[in-house]
Design a protein around this ligand. Structure first.
Ligand SMILES: NC(=O)c1ccc[n+]([C@@H]2O[C@H](COP(=O)([O-])OP(=O)(O)OC[C@H]3O[C@@H](n4cnc5c(N)ncnc54)[C@H](O)[C@@H]3O)[C@@H](O)[C@H]2O)c1
Length: 407
């Protein structure tokens, strides 16, 4: 079968991929609107993954919560050398998941292991910058869960340490490798959107951060999620545009709100009064971009919609919005099948629209090919720094503020 015909969507492939992207089923009206297209013409070829080298990266995986949902042990160019979590049961989960007998009681011990070349950090958000710096100072490359950092000072320090050590960094931002984002990026690169005039993105996670939420308090102690500022978790939204067009967000005005009856947003480790944040950014190309991050709202999920002058793409959402690609004269309700881009063993959805497998592959391949990862430090900071400034804007009742660019 030619790759062209392989990429043409069958009804079955369309259903599988669309349901994967949405995390929801499709309505019959969405299916009725389906208008098949020859994908390579619009997004280029989807060439099957092929080995480029026998080199294998020895990685240490840290954090046995979100950290167990990855594919390190399945990648032909990766060996899980060791794992770590402060909590023994979570350490054991990592040992079992990655079939790796070597474990350490902490990251601080793991970084002393000379066999480890790279560290995957799935630790609490406020620790990422400090731990990335620790790893790099020990000569390890780093991939960390989002966000890359929490303050402008941390951003500056990460840039300094990376320059000094020459280690590679990647942010494991799942929205950047959702299939709708991959589709939008390829469509944009090939000019199908024309100018990307405007985009909207949202990340809704009801209840998180609240005093009664199961992730906010554990063993009667507050976790890092208790009262967490939504503005400091903007990356599931910001990456939807930055990854697609390469624009940088240069200024922001943000309005923050909270339920007045919610105690976690009156007293928390961040002095954060906001449970919801609606951010309006301007990009370096002069385009507006609206991002909502909300914990106190009756809606959920991560999605975007991209509006170009000649095409629009609507990601599916929990409110019932089906996937819809509006091209001149036609509406397409499918996204292409991107699985062939991965090693065979990794071609299954382990969460967040199938993105974990693609992020795993990108980091491993960047290291073995000795190139910058697609989501490098510049990209990681372009996702999270705008939210840090948005928080300051919200504290000043929406004052429009400039976003510093570090790289
Ligand atoms: N879609 C996404 O991208 C997505 C989804 C979920 C979580 N996350 C991110 O992943 C990260 C982890 O999330 P989580 O829900 O698993 O958090 P968590 O707090 O449940 O787990 C973090 C783990 O890190 C361990 N840890 C902390 N410091 C350590 C150290 N020095 N050495 C060894 N282990 C250490 C803790 O013991 C804990 O088990 C967070 O940054 C979160 O923002 C991202």
């Amino acid at each position: 079968m030619s790759s062209k015909s392989a990429n043409r969507f069958s009804r079955r492939g369309f259903l599988q991929a669309s349901a994967l992207g949405a995390g929801i089923g499709l309505s019959s009206s969405a299916q009725a609107a389906d208008d098949a297209i020859e994908w390579p013409e619009f997004i280029g070829e989807i060439n099957p993954w092929a080995s480029t080298t026998d080199r294998k990266i020895r990685i240490g995986v840290v954090g046995g919560g979100f950290g167990v949902a990855w594919h390190w042990h399945e990648h032909p160019n990766c060996i899980v050398e060791a794992v770590s979590d402060l909590i023994p049961e979570r350490r054991e989960r990592l040992v079992v998941k990655y079939e790796c007998a070597k474990s350490y009681e902490s990251l601080e011990k793991l970084v002393l292991d000379p066999a480890i070349e790279a560290v995957a950090l799935f630790t609490p958000a406020p620790d990422h910058a400090r731990q990335m710096i620790l790893c790099m100072e020990h000569g390890k490359h780093v991939i960390s869960a989002c966000p890359a950092c929490m303050t402008l000072e941390e951003a500056q320090e990460m840039v300094r340490v990376q320059k000094k050590t020459g280690m590679k960094y990647m942010t494991a931002e799942t929205s950047a490798f959702r299939w709708e984002t991959m589709t939008a990026r390829r469509l944009f690169e090939r000019g199908f959107f024309g100018e990307m005039v405007y985009a909207e993105a949202e990340y809704y996670h009801p209840g998180i951060g609240a005093a009664t939420h199961e992730l906010s308090v554990k063993n009667s102690e507050r976790t890092w999620r208790y009262g967490f500022p939504p503005t400091l978790y903007p990356t599931h939204c910001t990456s939807f545009l930055v990854r697609v067009t390469g624009e940088r967000l240069t200024s922001v005005s943000c309005i923050g709100t909270a339920n007045p009856d919610e105690p976690a947003f009156k007293d928390n480790a961040y002095d954060n009064p906001f449970q919801n944040a609606m951010m309006l950014f301007e990009t370096d190309k002069g385009h507006p971009f609206r991002c909502n991050v909300a914990w106190d709202i009756h809606g959920d999920g991560e999605r975007a919609q991209w509006f170009g002058r000649s095409a629009a793409l609507y990601a599916p959402g929990s409110g019932g919005q089906p996937l819809s690609l509006k091209l001149p004269g036609k509406t397409v309700t499918q996204i292409p099948d991107f699985w062939p881009l991965l090693p065979e063993k990794m071609r299954y959805d382990s969460g967040h629209g199938g993105s974990h497998a693609f992020l795993t592959n990108e980091f491993v391949m960047a290291l073995v090919e000795d190139r910058e990862p697609a989501l490098n430090l510049a990209e990681g900071l372009a996702y999270c720094v705008p939210g840090i400034v948005a928080h300051q804007s919200a504290l000043k009742q929406g004052e429009r503020m400039a976003v510093p660019q570090y790289i």
